[in-house]
Design a protein around this ligand. Structure first.
Ligand SMILES: [Zn+2]
Length: 378
């Protein structure tokens, strides 16, 4: 299977990416940007309707691998252009266990290895916004960071400042703790000034609901087109980074009222009505009415405890002019673009791959995290 680095390094690979809406040249990307068809996100972050609005999105984590930093640097670069603005979208609705950096990080230095965790792994099945931060555990972590940092001179001083900032914030959830660390690193290390938004905030404001209703109403076609698109990428020797969808698929999760576990909703028909259902591992059963003819996620959305899945870029498409994509979002973005075009009749916004991504991937610099670089001043 060809990796993204390999695709970006060959003529054939580049043309495959390009025909599916993924660009590697900043010039062509900027040249293809149109103002967003739906101006709500632009208005929310204070960007003029005439400006192009580009977003970079990622799971909200404590620390980030170098490939994510490459995406953030590319967004910063794009935002420096006239008539283009960038916004960072932080996904706080994914499972804490989805990435090992979602709840902590490992730093290496003169003081040996520092394993820092802001929340325990027993919350891995919950969305980061529902993972509680225990004040005593946090205090212990901050003291551990300070003890390690003292052995690193001025570099350690930066980390002590960050740890003290975190203690001062008194985060109640992992999402709050991660947001504090992330915005600190972005400002202090990457010198980013782009506005940022939590995806749960966009969901609560109803920004995703219209397109989500369109997808759920056409769900049989979505499944067919999505699965055909993954097959076609596999046939081209490219890993789409997503699995085939089941016939009862819904792009929705619900976090259990009892134990906050994130559960996948499936589709069930009963007479003329369609329902979204799930049974949590704890035994709790949930059922939401989606409607009879045209379907709506209104009942699920009203709970404030729902989330989408990997199809999120579909619901964001019309709110933006373009996307700075990352290693895996570019791959499954090619699948989602087919759904946007063939099922919803929308124009997929162009995606840009960070220009330095091939180097980052080739150097296997993934072990160099954003926090590690910040501490070492590199
Ligand atoms: Zn449960």
């Amino acid at each position: 299977m060809r990796s993204l680095g390999e695709l970006m390094a060959s003529e054939d690979g580049l043309s495959l990416l390009e025909t599916r809406g993924i660009l590697t040249s900043e010039e062509s990307f900027v040249g293809s940007l149109l103002p967003p068809p739906d101006g709500r996100l632009a208005e929310h972050v204070g960007v003029a309707p005439s400006q192009a609005l580009v977003y970079a999105a990622h799971q909200l984590m404590t620390d980030y691998p170098e490939s994510v930093s490459a995406k953030l640097r590319a967004a910063r670069q794009i935002a420096g252009r006239p008539d283009v603005s960038a916004v960072l979208l932080w996904l706080d609705m994914d499972r804490a266990g989805a990435d090992k950096m979602a709840g902590g990080s490992v730093l290496r230095g003169r003081g040996g290895i520092l394993k820092m965790r802001l929340a325990t792994r027993r919350h891995d099945e919950k969305e980061v916004r529902f993972v509680p931060v225990d004040p005593e555990h946090l205090d212990e972590t901050v003291r551990k960071i300070e003890a390690w940092a003292r052995q690193h001179g001025p570099a350690g001083g930066r980390l002590v400042q960050m740890a003290e900032m975190l203690r001062g914030v008194s985060p109640r959830t992992l999402a709050e703790a991660n947001m504090a660390v992330t915005s600190y690193l972005l400002r202090d290390h990457l010198e980013m000034t782009a506005p940022f938004v939590l995806v749960s905030d966009l969901a609560d404001r109803g920004f995703l609901t219209g397109t989500l209703n369109d997808v759920v109403s056409a769900i049989d076609d979505v499944v067919i087109v999505f699965n055909a698109a993954t097959d076609s990428l596999l046939a081209a020797d490219v890993d789409p980074q997503v699995h085939q969808l089941r016939p009862d698929y819904l792009p929705l999760h619900y976090s259990c009222d009892r134990d906050d576990r994130r559960c996948s909703l499936s589709r069930v028909r009963s007479g003329v009505d369609t329902f979204a259902v799930t049974r949590c591992a704890c035994g709790a059963f949930y059922r939401f009415h989606l409607g009879s003819r045209s379907l709506s996620v209104g009942e699920v959305a009203a709970t404030g405890r729902w989330s989408t899945d990997v199809t999120l870029p579909i619901y964001l498409n019309d709110l933006a002019s373009g996307i700075v994509a990352g290693r895996s979002s570019a791959m499954y973005g090619m699948v989602l673009n087919e759904v946007l075009e063939k099922v919803l009749g929308r124009r997929p916004v162009p995606m840009l791959l960070p220009p330095d991504l091939p180097g980052v991937l080739a150097a296997r610099a993934e072990t160099e995290s954003l926090l590690q670089r910040y501490v070492m001043g590199s």
